[in-house]
Each structure stands twice: as C-alpha cells, then as structure tokens.
Design a binder for this molecule. Structure first.
Ligand code: ATP
Ligand code: NCN
Length: 205
C-alpha cells in the first residue's frame, strides 16, 4: 500500500514570510505531498524568541496560509508547551495519523547544517524524511551533513528552490525601522502586525 505523504513545515514564524510559504509550496509539488501542515513552535530549541507571543505567531501562520487549500496549521506544539522538540512532534503525528502516512519535514539548508545539535537527530531521520531547501546564506552545501549520518543520510533530501534572501530577523528589523516589507510578508499578516503593534512596527503600508 502506497503511503500518503504529509509535509510538515516547522518554524518559529516570527513572523512568517514568503520564504517559508515558497519552500512549503515547492516541497509539496516536487515531493508530491498530499498536504503541508504548518506547525509554529511554542518554544524553539536553541533560539531566543522576542517580539511576538506564541499565540500571535500561530495566528499569523493561520492568516498567511488561509488561501492555499493544500496548507493546514496545527497548534499541537502550543498545546504541548515546553521546548518544541521535533522528535516529539513526529512521534505525536505518527500516533495520531497511523502508519498509512509518511512524513516529510520541510526546512532550509541552515537547519540541516545544524541537525546534529538537535534532540535525537538519528531518531528523526528514522521516522521521517527531512527536506533541505536551498537558502542563499552560504549553507547550501549539505553533502557533508548527509554523509555524516551514514545510511540514515538518505533520508535527507535536497530541494533546489529559487533562493530568496528573506529572514524573519531582517523583517523584524525592517518593521521596526519603517522599511517596506511589501512583497515579503502576506498582506493579512502585515495588517495583523500593525493592528496589534507587534515588533514596534512603524511601517505604514
Ligand atoms: N528564505 C528562506 N529560504 C529557505 N528556507 C527558509 C527561508 N526562511 C526560512 N527558511 C526555513 O524555514 C524554517 C523556519 O524558519 P524560521 O521560522 O526560523 O525563519 P527564519 O527566517 O530563519 O527566522 P530568524 O531570522 O528569526 O532566524 C527553517 O527551516 C528555515 O531554514
Ligand atoms: O528538535 C530539536 O532539537 C530542534 C532544534 C532546532 C529547531 N527545531 C525545529 O526546527 C524548526 C525550525 O526551527 P527554526 O529555529 O529555524 O525556527 C522548528 O519547528 C523547530 O522547533 C527542532
């Protein structure tokens, strides 16, 4: 029996931007994924998160994905609370969806470069595929990481995408200093940021 392929787009999404949406859509089509489940982290391991609350990051993710019938949003990491370890999320999804499904965790190549520092990376690679979409930040060369995992390395998949030099860090800076973020953040997300005064936003439109 062929398994249904489900994409998992994990992220801090502080805020969500077109880079995230673009790699999720590319992964969906290239790997023939039935749907992509966006899962905003409650507490991202190894990262300090400032600016928006977890609930606001979840809401922005909902607004950004609402117009794509292949995208869904899950609040499972919000409910679990504590550090959002991916291995726990994949275990939960396996229990929840059963073995009719196979999972594809979508990420950028910077994330792949850091995989050895994650909680139980080998277990993650046993449970799912991890997709590394090219990021124009010098992290594209993931072959050494793939090799370092031995046989499990075959579960890391390369995804060449049109590189987009956008990051949430740069967007937070722009929002605070009034530089335009148009064409980088979906309009409903920018509206939400302005209405709720997130990131000390001074952008007018
Ligand atoms: N422009 C981009 N191109 C490709 N992948 C991206 C891009 N932006 C983010 N990603 C990937 O999306 C996932 C979630 O990213 P995250 O929410 O941390 O955004 P970020 O822009 O990297 O945030 P920050 O700048 O705050 O670190 C990560 O795996 C990251 O590598
Ligand atoms: O499980 C881990 O140890 C782990 C370490 C770092 C990041 N992650 C997950 O990877 C995703 C992208 O993280 P980030 O830092 O790029 O936002 C997000 O879902 C995080 O919860 C997971």
């Amino acid at each position: 029996m062929e398994r249904v392929r489900l994409g998992i787009m994990g992220g801090t999404f502080n805020p969500i931007h077109l880079g995230h949406l673009m790699i999720a859509e590319e992964a969906r089509q290239v790997f023939d994924l039935e749907q992509v489940l966006f899962i905003p982290s409650y507490m991202t391991p190894n990262k300090e998160v400032h600016g928006a609350t977890a609930q606001q990051r979840l809401e922005m993710t909902r607004l950004a994905t609402a117009d794509n019938p292949y995208f869904m949003v899950s609040d499972l990491e919000m409910h679990r609370q504590g550090p959002s370890y991916t291995v726990d999320t994949i275990h939960y999804l396996q229990d929840h969806y059963g073995d009719r499904y196979s999972f594809y965790f979508i990420s950028g190549t910077d994330t792949i470069q850091d995989l050895h520092n994650w909680n139980q990376p080998e277990e993650i690679l046993r449970l799912c595929h991890v997709i590394g979409a090219t990021r124009p930040d010098g992290t594209a060369g993931i072959d050494p990481v793939i090799e370092s995992f031995g046989d499990l390395g075959k579960h890391i998949l390369r995804l060449p995408v049109p590189t987009m030099d956008i990051s949430s860090t740069e967007l937070r800076r722009r929002l605070q200093t009034g530089r335009s973020v148009r064409y980088m953040i979906p309009p409903p997300v920018l509206d939400y940021i302005r209405k709720n005064g997130i990131y000390q936003c001074t952008v007018q439109n």
